[in-house]
Each structure stands twice: as structure tokens, then as C-alpha cells.
Design a protein around this ligand. Structure first.
Ligand code: 3UK
Length: 536
């Protein structure tokens, strides 16, 4: 590894041992990284240096900044971090806030001072914040004043967090006050390309959260793989979307990717489907990032909004049902770009462009990555067989001090925990999370396939399918269904839905039990919480 700029070596000291790392691939010409690299220099300062500082960069409810203005803000905050807060290179600094230009400025300031950004989801409570503070030994925090309460409560239990400074604040000790009179120039810390620059915690549904560590070069690597090959956005694009910047889907899609091409991005603090639709029209957005359920919800309301500016729509976080792809295309004319990514991989590694879309498939491996399907022993399976998805590329899993590293990496491959098959054309077809496969009467059934079938029925707004314990069959397929307005729950409709599934996919996969619910349990990243549906 290269000479670190970190004075506080906590992160590097807790990287997994070399033999537990996934194999890394740097074959693409764009992935030849120098020894010294700071991602803020590449994504932000470089545009100002090239004379493009006047281009529009970030747009939010309170601020509308050009590249030069964002650089000025980030530089002043960087001075405040060093002079007023005593942040040293390698310190972990927690970020808490809804998406906004200020949150992004804080993120770049942390990169500039060589600190490690630990961005957290706005909905987290004191207990969950405490687990993160503890695990990453967070010493400082920058927090939206409106979200202060839970973080202050967490600090009381975890004194390792020495100092919280609030932004979006008029307080005399708030971030705006501290940074106001600082110089607009800052000499970035000369970080190594393999210095840890962010720790992203997984949105895991159970157990202790896992911290995934990523380097300055990883941030640049994801900008060179999926965006130029599948998204192909340009400097004139206006990005928009819902995922929080604490979710690496959002960090990439709403900050890193637009800035890597000199485009602009609209950052919304809370982007529910109706807010997102209105904002697309208001800002004439051209590229949208959100989850499959959000596209489904938006499709029902597009008529009230002018979406004529929109040209590219990206779906990730969960499998995209073919019915949702078809619905979005019918209502907007736009072919969704699906992509599977993971916090451990930082961003998307299997995807396609608009012309390569195949309903029901996630796509092909993104240039820069390799992927295959493995059996239980780690042998590569032939096309058509269902097994464990395995991937490697320039980014990969490095958990912070965590035994679970051993189960994520096998023979140099990252195992995402997904069951997939690869078809003869190289397309990867999602089945289920490996621990969500349903085994009923000796058959393996993938819940999402049953969900896709149900979603095509006009009465179904949303649904989730799980295996329910059953004495006779081991498990039976059970569907939880949220109805569209105007449809009445009851045994009659349940029977219709069962017949509908039997007529669409192999009859043994039909849901033997159906329960109607007003809504489904989801994480802040839009994922269905199947474990909650399984609880009796
Ligand atoms: C599932 C998908 C089918 C899959 C993420 C884009 O979701 C992201 O990261 P997470 O760590 O979850 C990873 C898991 O989510 N998944 C994500 N996308 C798809 N399943 N089709 C998809 N298109 O189980 C995966 O293992 O929260 C997504 C970019 C960055 C990300 N962190």
C-alpha cells in the first residue's frame, strides 16, 4: 500500500488481512490511478482549474451553487474542520442530514482534509447512531440542526464523539458562523489513492451494522465504470432522485456521477414520489435515480406533471419487476436502466443501457468488473443454473474489523448474497436473496418471481412474497398484497389473484396464502423487509 496521509491510522489498521481481500481488477485504461489522489480534487477542484467554475453544480431548497461556489464552501468548511474542530487526517467524521448542497459541501470538505466521511441515514435513531459511532470510533460530527436531537442523545452514551457542529444553523458556534470568515482557498491533504475516504454502513436488515471501507481511488473507479458504459450522461444533464447520500446509490447517482461529467444535480431533502415528480418538472431534470417501488408509485401520477425534460431513469436497490419496467415505459416512454449494486462494492456492477434492456434481467456485467454464478463449493456454474452471484472489479468488500469478511469473500470473489442465473447471452437474471429462497414441497421458489407475476394484475399496487412454515410442505408461498384503490380485499379477490399467478408462471409457485395489508414494511433505502413479513 502507498504511504498514508493519515495521522490517525484507525481505518488502515482495521482493514481485513490481505488474504481475506477480494481480488481487485484494474484492467481498464481509466483505472490506472496515481499513488497520490484526492477525490475532491478530481471531482470538484479540477472543474474550477479547467475554467468551468461558473457551471451550475448543486441545487437545493436553500442554495444553488456553481462548481466554484461549492468549492469555496467546501474550502471554508475544511478550514473550520481543521482550525476550530481539530479534525486530523484519518479521523472519522459523522454526517447527518437530508440530501442538500450543504451536506455535499461537508462531504467534500472531509475529503479535502483527509478525514473519513461516515454518512448516516436521516431516519436513524440514537441507538443505531450509537452503534455506528462505536464501531467507527467517530470523533466529530457535522449535523443538520433540524436532526440534532437523536445525535445528541447518542453522544451522551458515546463520549468518543467529542464534538458536534450543526449546519443549516444561525448559532454563533454553528458551521455557517465558523466557516464564514475562512479563506475560500484550501490546500487539499495529499492523500494516497488507497487511503480510506469513506465508511458506508450497510442497510442490513438484521444484526450489527457492517462498515464497508472505500478508498479515494474507489470513488473515482465507480465514476469510470458504470456511468460511461451504461448511463452516458453529459455536462448538460440535470440529475435528480431520492436515495439518501448516506446510501452509496445516492452518493454516486446524485453527487459523484453528475460531478464527474460536469453536470448539475438537484438535492431534495425528502423525495417521496409526488415530491420527486413535481421537482423533475420544476427543475427540468433529465436523469432520475430512484427505487423500483418509487417508479411504480410515480407512474400512477405522471399525468399531472410535465416530465418532458426527462431522458434517463435509473432503478436500483431492489429487483425491478418486468411489470414496473413496462408500466414506466407505457406512461413516460422511457426504458428504465436497471442495475445491481451493493454497499460492499460501492456501486453498480451489473446493468445495461436503454438499448440493452431485457425485461426480467438485471443486465450484463459492467466493463471493469467480472461476474459469474457459483455453486456451494465455489465452482462456476454453467448458463441457466441458479447459484450464488459472485463479482470482482476495481472495488470490493473490506469490512471494518468484522469476521463477516470471511463469508462475503470466497476465492477472491465478492458474494453479494443473491441467487442469480446467467443466461446464454450473458444476462444475469435475479432470483432472490439467497436466504429468501422458498422451499415448498421440494421445489425451490424465488419470492420475487411470484411478486412480479402478482404485480401485473391490475388490482395489485405492491406485494411481498415469503415462505411461511408449513408442516406438510416445509414452507408454503405466502403473498402480502397492497391493493390499488377501488379494489376490495376478500377471499374472492384472493382466489382471482391465485388463478392469475397460476396462469402466468408454473402453477406450483402460486401463493397458497394471501394476506391483504395497507402497506409493506420497507427500509429507508426502499428495500422490502421480508423478515418482518415472516414474523407471525
Ligand atoms: C439488492 C438488487 C436486484 C441485492 C446499491 C446500487 O442496493 C444497494 O446496496 P445495498 O448494500 O444492497 C445490496 C443488495 O440489494 N439489489 C440492489 N440492486 C438490485 N437486486 N436488482 C437490483 N437492481 O440483493 C444486493 O445484493 O443496500 C445499489 C448502487 C449502490 C448500492 N449500494
Amino acid at each position: 500500500m502507498h504511504r498514508s496521509a493519515h495521522i490517525d491510522t484507525f481505518a488502515r489498521d482495521r482493514l481485513p488481512p490481505a488474504e481475506q481481500w477480494p481480488e481487485l481488477l484494474f484492467e481498464l485504461p481509466a483505472l490506472q490511478f496515481p499513488e497520490r489522489l484526492n477525490c475532491a480534487g478530481e471531482l470538484l477542484d479540477a472543474w474550477v482549474d479547467k475554467g468551468m467554475g461558473d457551471r451550475s453544480c448543486l441545487i437545493g431548497a436553500r442554495h444553488r451553487w456553481t462548481y466554484a461556489q461549492l468549492q469555496g464552501e467546501a474550502n471554508r468548511i475544511a478550514h473550520a474542520l481543521v482550525q476550530d474542530m481539530g479534525v486530523h487526517p484519518g479521523n472519522r467524521v459523522l454526517l447527518r442530514g437530508g440530501n442538500s448542497p450543504m451536506l455535499a459541501a461537508c462531504w467534500f470538505a472531509l475529503q479535502k482534509v483527509g478525514a473519513i466521511a461516515v454518512a448516516t441515514m436521516p431516519l436513524l435513531r440514537a441507538k443505531e447512531l450509537g452503534q455506528i459511532i462505536d464501531k467507527a470510533q467517530v470523533s466529530h460530527a457535522l449535523c443538520d440542526a433540524a436532526l440534532s436531537e437523536e445525535l445528541v442523545r447518542a453522544q451522551a452514551e458515546h463520549p468518543v464523539l467529542q464534538r458536534i457542529v450543526h449546519y443549516h444553523s444561525e448559532a454563533v458556534d454553528g458551521l455557517e458562523a465558523l466557516s464564514a470568515n475562512k479563506p475560500a482557498r484550501f490546500q487539499n491533504v495529499d492523500t494516497a489513492s488507497d487511503d480510506v475516504c469513506l465508511i458506508a454502513f450497510t442497510s442490513g436488515t438484521t444484526g450489527q451494522p457492517k462498515g464497508t471501507m472505500h478508498f479515494h481511488r474507489d470513488v473515482m473507479a465507480i465514476c469510470h465504470c458504470w456511468p460511461p458504459h451504461c448511463l452516458r450522461a453529459a455536462a448538460g444533464d440535470v440529475f435528480i432522485g431520492s436515495p439518501p447520500l448516506a446510501f452509496t446509490f445516492g452518493l454516486g447517482g446524485l453527487v459523484l456521477f453528475p460531478m464527474s461529467v460536469g453536470a448539475s444535480s438537484v438535492l431534495l431533502e425528502k423525495a417521496t414520489p409526488d415530491v420527486l415528480l413535481a421537482a423533475i418538472a420544476q427543475h427540468r431534470a433529465t436523469v432520475c435515480f430512484t427505487a423500483p417501488t418509487s417508479y411504480r408509485a410515480m407512474a400512477g401520477q405522471v399525468a399531472q406533471h410535465d416530465l418532458s425534460s426527462l431522458r434517463k431513469c435509473v432503478s436500483a436497490g431492489e429487483a425491478l419487476p418486468a411489470a414496473t419496467r413496462a408500466l414506466w415505459k407505457e406512461t413516460t416512454g422511457i426504458e428504465l436502466i436497471d442495475g445491481i449494486g451493493a454497499t460492499e462494492m460501492l456501486h453498480i456492477f451489473i446493468s445495461h443501457d436503454e438499448s440493452g434492456a431485457r425485461p426480467g434481467a438485471t443486465g450484463r456485467v459492467v466493463p471493469g468488473y467480472q461476474a459469474c454464478v457459483l455453486d456451494e463449493e465455489g465452482q462456476v456454474l454453467p448458463p441457466g443454473s441458479v447459484g450464488r452471484l459472485a463479482v470482482k472489479g476495481p472495488t470490493g468488500c473490506r469490512y471494518l474489523d468484522d469476521e463477516r469478511q470471511r463469508s462475503y469473500v470466497l476465492k477472491g470473489w465478492n458474494l453479494t448474497g443473491d441467487a442469480y442465473l446467467q443466461d446464454a447471452d450473458g444476462y444475469f437474471v435475479y432470483q432472490a436473496r439467497t436466504d429468501d429462497m422458498i422451499i415448498s414441497g421440494g421445489y425451490n421458489i424465488a419470492g420475487p418471481e411470484v411478486e412480479s407475476a402478482l404485480l401485473a394484475h391490475p388490482a395489485v399496487a405492491e406485494c411481498g412474497v415469503i415462505g411461511q412454515p408449513d408442516e406438510e410442505r416445509g414452507q408454503i408461498v405466502k403473498a402480502f398484497v397492497v391493493l390499488r384503490s377501488g379494489h376490495e380485499a376478500g377471499p374472492e379477490l384472493a382466489r382471482q389473484l391465485q388463478d392469475y399467478v397460476k396462469a402466468t408462471i408454473a402453477p406450483y409457485k402460486y401463493p397458497r396464502a394471501i394476506e391483504f395489508l395497507p402497506s409493506l414494511p420497507r427500509t429507508e433505502t426502499g428495500k422490502l423487509q421480508r423478515f418482518k413479513l415472516r414474523q407471525p
